[in-house]
Every structure is written in structure tokens, then in C-alpha cells.
Design a protein around this ligand. Structure first.
Ligand SMILES: NC(=O)c1ccc[n+]([C@@H]2O[C@H](COP(=O)([O-])OP(=O)(O)OC[C@H]3O[C@@H](n4cnc5c(N)ncnc54)[C@H](O)[C@@H]3O)[C@@H](O)[C@H]2O)c1
Length: 249
């Protein structure tokens, strides 16, 4: 796959899981990677895991807060002066296996603020920065953006459907402006988030995926890197399942 030398790459929620694996893949291909997360200690640990000599920086900001998002993009404009690739990955699950009638409103608000409004706000600034030279945006949605994958996750399912809608809407708007907008829709992937929701024995869910196992972060990272690359130049508005065949069922 092509090199990302001199490309400025933003990854939100980049200090763990899918975001960190994606950052590592871009760094291996010589990208200039800006990782965003809320926790400075986690940020330092993430930077320590990057390949030797990686051109990589951590920036602390909360993607559920408009003021933090505004501050982040002022920083990118001032310090990098451009943005080539953005991976809107920060996300939260919310309450697990809770009926809509019992779903806590404050959790609903938090999930929508992070997974929907955060992505929408980021895309607004990302597109403005990309308008001059073009770029690629990849939103991390979920199979829960394509179907109600389990009962009791109304906020998460609604939020990821919104990410899919935002992806398609922006792709259509930007199609003639050399800005491609795609999303990945992972099935169950081994991360801290999925352990916190489904428990330590994630492999027990392998059989729900036709391939017979759950996914690993590198498998999602590879799809994100490919969608961002010029190998995918004719692809926009795509919501790519990375799910071991889950969406086929
Ligand atoms: N793990 C899965 O099975 C799975 C499946 C489908 C989609 N996803 C999506 O993938 C993305 C990454 O999830 P993951 O599984 O790697 O989880 P993770 O918890 O390992 O990593 C998520 C990262 O996002 C950060 N984050 C969360 N809220 C944030 C905020 N408000 N501001 C800044 N950073 C924030 C977290 O601190 C963490 O570093 C999420 O959008 C998630 O919905 C995950």
C-alpha cells in the first residue's frame, strides 16, 4: 500500500483499541499522526507504543465537547496548516442491554453528544481544512449502524445509524471537491470497550460471526488505512462492514 509521507492524519479516540491500531498502521507508513484523547497518561502510553521514529503527537480533547473540538481544530490549523486524513473513531457504548423504557436519559445524551454530535462537529472542521487540497475522512460506525444487532442498545444503535447517514450525506456533498467520506462498520472486535460490554470471554461470541471468530483491531485498522489511501480513490459514501460476514446473516 502507498506511503502516507507528509500526510497529516487525525485520529480521535486514538489512545486505545481500534484508534491506536490505526495510528500505528499510519505511522508505519510514514504518516504524521495526531492522536486525540481525553487522558494525558493514556496519551503518553499510546505514544510510547508507536513505531520507533514515528512522527506522532498526542493532543488532549473531549470529543463530546464543542469547545474542545473547536480548540483542537484551531491547533491543527496553527501547527500543521493542513489536514489530509481524518478518522472519527472516538465513541462510547452507553448503557448495555437496557430497554428503551428504562434507558437513562443522561446516558442517551452522552452517547449522542460523543458518537453523533462529536462526529458531525469534527467533520465540519475537517472538511473546511480539506477544501483546498482534498482529503479522506473515515468514520468508525458499527454493524449497529446497519442493523439493530442486539436488543437493549437503543442509543448506540441510533447513534451509529446516524454516523452512517452523516457519512453518506457528506460524501454526496463533497464528491466533486476531492474529499472522500467513508465509514467502517466493525462487528465484535477485541478491545477494552467490547470487554466492558460483553465480558472477558469475547471468544464465546465468535460463532455469531459466520467466519467463526471475533475480529482484531488490526483488521479494522487495515480497512481504515486502505479506505484513506489512493488505492480507494473511486470509493466514497461506502459503509464497509468489517465483520466476518455478520451482515450477511
Ligand atoms: N470494539 C468493538 O467491538 C466495536 C465494534 C464496532 C464499532 N466500534 C467502534 O469503534 C470505535 C473505537 O472503539 P474501541 O472498541 O476501539 O474502544 P476503546 O474503548 O478501546 O477505544 C475508544 C477510544 O475512544 C476514546 N474516547 C471515548 N470517548 C471519547 C471522547 N468523548 N473524547 C475523546 N476520546 C474518547 C476512549 O478513551 C478510547 O481511547 C468506537 O466508535 C466504537 O463504537 C467498536
Amino acid at each position: 500500500m502507498n506511503s502516507f509521507e507528509n500526510k497529516v492524519i487525525l485520529i480521535t479516540g486514538g489512545t486505545a483499541g481500534i484508534g491506536l491500531a490505526t495510528a500505528i498502521e499510519f505511522a508505519k507508513k510514514d504518516g504524521r499522526v495526531l492522536l486525540v484523547g481525553r487522558n494525558v497518561d493514556k496519551g503518553s502510553k499510546a505514544i510510547a507504543q508507536m513505531p520507533h521514529n514515528a512522527n506522532c503527537e498526542f493532543y488532549s480533547a473531549d470529543m463530546s465537547k464543542r469547545s474542545d473540538i473547536k480548540r483542537l481544530f484551531s491547533y491543527i490549523k496553527e501547527h500543521y496548516g493542513r489536514l489530509d486524513i481524518a478518522v472519527n473513531n472516538a465513541g462510547m457504548f452507553g448503557a448495555s442491554f437496557t430497554k428503551i423504557t428504562e434507558y437513562p436519559d443522561e446516558v442517551w445524551d452522552e452517547v449522542i453528544a460523543t458518537n453523533v454530535t462529536g462526529v458531525y462537529q469534527c467533520m465540519k472542521y475537517e472538511i473546511q481544512l480539506m477544501e483546498q487540497s482534498g482529503g479522506a475522512i473515515v468514520n468508525v460506525a458499527s454493524v449497529s449502524g446497519l442493523k439493530a444487532n442486539y436488543a437493549g442498545g437503543c442509543a448506540y444503535t441510533a447513534s451509529k445509524h446516524a454516523v452512517v447517514g452523516l457519512t453518506k450525506s457528506a460524501a454526496l456533498e463533497m464528491a466533486k471537491s476531492n474529499i472522500r467520506v467513508n465509514s467502517v462498520c466493525p462487528g465484535l472486535i477485541r478491545t477494552d470497550m467490547s470487554v466492558s460490554v460483553f465480558g472477558e470471554n469475547l471468544d464465546a461470541y465468535g460463532d455469531t460471526h459466520p467466519i467463526g471468530r471475533i475480529g482484531e483491531v488490526e483488521e479494522v485498522a487495515n480497512a481504515i488505512v486502505w479506505l484513506s489511501s489512493n488505492k480507494a480513490e473511486f470509493i466514497t459514501g461506502c459503509c464497509l462492514p468489517v465483520d466476518g460476514g455478520l451482515m450477511v446473516k
